[in-house]
Ligand binder design. Structure first.
Ligand code: GLA
Length: 720
């Protein structure tokens, strides 16, 4: 970071963000490829206008003659919203500041603090920008301090504002719902406002907080944005009639109003942004950022266990003996961790009861969690279990003892989802209960893994605990983070996996506590190709929990070969959830091979540099490759998703390989594929999409099931 001639130049290894102090207005004048130090940047801004729809700054507020969406909106004693934040100066320091009560990235190199004061009052706004050199990411934070002698209301405080030149951007968002999370949409933007947001108390499967702006003709390059937050979020892209694009990223101001007493501060969650030459570059930057600066603790950058989860094998309907029969086969297949999903606690045999009673159902588990875990460990596997600790059933011991723990509005019958109410995490007593009861359960069986689920959204927002309803959404998330902070610190060995009706809370906030997240309840290979491609735009493979399941698939009744199912699930953190006792010998043999292959290559599969080869969203086939850091080996998967009988003449190739290395290419041993002779070629040729792979994608008469997709996995390594 440098400061000269009024410019603040914030550099990562390959990018520069340049700000300019124009008599108290801090202008944003450049964000793109790295520029030389010492240049005179006046050509970038000297003719810029500073009012109305044309100013480019780092924080806009109502009252500045800027009528676009504001970065900050504060109501002064209920009397006015007019504020002008004047730049006072900056301070550069190593590392980054701690954000109290909120998760944030770690390991930042250097931070600049930008200080603003309201022109006529003592409201202070501080913004932080921290650089991460290794991944060309900048993290941004903001905090507002009320140094006046009266309370004010913070109606909006965003985390990041980026004003860009030009309007020729394509916006990429990742939207969906249960079983179709994070499907990528491209939006051509026109003059006006595009909002991506969540209002349901979680980051949600409806709209993920990760967005991209691909500058097409006039602008060039690509920008990625995300928010380290698990509650309501809002990403605003506003195209002004004066050829400017404004991006705002932060907490949603929907039903939000934070009363800030004199002497108090309010801090927004951290946002992150990256600039790269194209979408692939930004994806790589985000992957590196998440692996290096979001995931923490013992499991960061470490291989993850291959799990068996009993959910799709048994649902609620399991016995102790059935679990052991499954464990016997899991051990034989080489699995490493046995996960007991929903239905093990209270008197739970269905969705309608016992949420909150986190102690073993003795009818199903006569020797408790401890007895089962001991049997699992005898078989050489670790043990873990499922919980949904933010919920309570009306039919539960907890609710009977403490109805006041539930979030419900007096005088209104609550909206129930899955027969659940939410617990009031704003209440410290509730938080203590959850930490204690879960600690006991974890300690009782020495669990090494917890699947933390969240199966309903917030509707009955109300708190008897003092805070206004307009603060509740955020205070809930703060309460959740306080619980997660305590539990993850108390049990550093335990691998936590996030889950929310599938992947409805897949965000950087949860990833600060949980190194991996259940991607979707939809494990069907073809649908998963789309879900995983969308997820991988902003999040690395190491975070993406992906299981193989039975056919016909339980979600959509489609069938596909066991090889296809492995090839797709192996793109993430691999595991199984199916009734092994119903599987035939051929399938079990295939799965044993799969586990062996996955374990042999899991570091490459989960941490290799991911490149998209072909997008499922734009053609007949999808493809991806993961390449080791030294580019000596890679694994590529090509998936024909609209398979044709009598397969036509397609040309394929890879990407990301070193042109100066000669590689040997072989196909993973797949039972259902025609002849493929391993071959040797230089990386330059392999990186071109020119190879004819014969009839290996032809499914005519070949696949066991009537298949509509055909996937093939290639192992590529430096030829000796
Ligand atoms: C959610 C999860 C599933 C499973 C069930 C259990 O739907 O996404 O994986 O754990 O809950 O009720």
């Amino acid at each position: 970071m440098k400061f000269y001639n009024g410019y603040i130049k914030i550099d990562t290894k390959n990018t520069s963000l340049i700000l300019y102090n124009d008599a108290g207005l801090l202008k944003k004048i450049y964000y793109g490829s790295r520029l030389n130090d010492g240049e005179d940047f006046s050509v970038l801004h000297q003719y810029d206008c500073t009012d109305s729809f044309t100013r480019k700054t780092v924080n806009s507020s109502f009252g500045e003659y800027d009528f676009r969406e504001s970065f900050v909106l504060v109501q002064n004693g209920g009397k006015s919203f007019t504020n002008r934040f004047i730049f006072q100066g900056h301070r550069i320091f190593p590392g980054k500041p701690v954000i109290e009560g909120l998760p944030s990235s770690h390991g930042g190199k250097e931070t600049v603090e930008l200080l603003f004061k309201e022109r006529d009052t003592d409201l202070v706004l501080k913004q932080y920008l921290t650089v991460f050199d290794d991944c060309d990411v900048i993290a941004a934070g903001s905090i507002i301090e009320n140094n006046t002698d009266a309370a004010v209301d913070v109606c909006r405080l965003m985390s990041l504002q980026l004003d860009l030149d030009g309007v020729d951007y394509e916006l990429l968002t990742f939207d969906g719902s249960w079983a179709r999370e994070r499907l990528m949409s491209r939006h051509g933007l026109k003059c006006g406002i595009h909002i991506t947001d969540s209002k349901c108390g979680a980051s949600s499967s409806y709209h993920n907080p990760f967005i991209m702006l691909n500058g097409k003709n006039t602008a060039g390059g690509c920008y990625g944005f995300n928010l380290v937050y698990s509650g309501n979020h809002k990403e605003i892209v506003e195209i002004s009639p004066f050829n400017l694009t404004r991006v705002l990223v932060g907490m949603n101001d929907f039903m939000f109003n934070w009363r800030l007493e004199p002497g108090k501060a309010f801090q927004a969650p951290e946002a992150v942004m990256a600039y790269g030459a194209d979408e692939q570059a930004v994806t790589s930057q985000m992957h590196r950022f998440v692996n290096n600066h979001i995931i923490r603790g013992k499991h960061a950058k470490k291989p993850r266990p291959v799990v068996f989860n009993n959910w799709e094998a048994t649902y609620f309907n399991f016995t102790y003996d059935k679990l052991l029969a499954l464990a016997d086969i899991a051990k034989d297949l080489g699995l490493e961790l046995f996960v007991l999903d929903d239905g093990w606690f209270g008197k739970r045999n269905g969705e309608d009861c016992s949420m909150g009673d986190w102690y073993a159902n003795i009818e199903k588990l006569p020797k408790g969690l401890a007895g089962l875990a001991a049997e699992i460990r005898k078989r050489g596997m670790e043990f873990g279990f499922w919980v949904e600790p933010e919920m309570v059933s009306e039919d539960s011991e907890l609710y009977r003892r403490h109805p006041e723990y539930a979030m419900r509005i007096p005088g209104r019958s609550p909206w129930l989802q899955r027969s659940e109410l939410m617990l009031d995490y704003m209440n410290p007593e509730v938080r203590d209960y959850i930490v204690n009861v879960l600690s006991e359960a974890i300690e009782s069986c020495d669990a090494k893994y917890i699947k933390w689920d969240f199966n309903r959204l917030m509707t009955d927002v109300y708190s008897p605990n003092g805070a206004a309803a307009t603060e509740y959404f955020h205070r809930y998330v703060l309460g959740l983070y306080a619980v997660l902070d305590r539990l993850t610190k108390k049990f550093p060995e335990v691998l936590f996996e996030g889950c929310a009706s599938g992947g409805a809370r897949y965000d950087l906030g949860m990833l600060c506590f949980m190194p991996q997240i259940w991607t979707s309840d939809n494990t069907e290979a073809c649908d998963r190709i789309f879900i995983q491609e969308g997820t991988l735009y902003g999040y690395p493979q190491s975070t993406m929990s992906a299981h193989m399941s039975i056919c016909p698939n339980h979600q959509n009744k489609k069938s596909t070969s066991i090889e296809n199912r492995f090839n797709v699930a192996a793109a993430g953190v691999f595991g199984f959830e199916m009734d092994f006792t119903e599987c035939c010998k051929d399938d079990l043999d295939a799965m044993r091979r799969h586990v062996e292959f996955y374990k042999a290559h899991r570091e490459l599969l989960t941490y290799g540099m991911y490149h998209k080869l072909y997008s499922a969203f734009s053609g007949d086939y999808a493809g991806w490759i993961v390449v080791s850091e030294d580019r000596q080996e890679a694994i590529a998967t090509i998936a024909v998703i609209h398979s044709k009988t009598n397969f036509p003449y397609y040309r394929f190739g890879f990407t990301g390989l070193d042109p100066a290395i000669r590689y040997r290419v072989e196909m993973r041993n797949q039972s259902n594929v025609g002849r493929f002779e391993p071959f040797v070629a230089w990386g330059d040729l392999l990186n071109e999409k020119v190879m004819n792979f014969g009839d290996i994608f032809d499914v005519t008469d070949r696949e066991k099931h009537s298949d509509s997709i055909a996937t093939r996995m290639f192992y590529i390594r430096k030829d000796d």
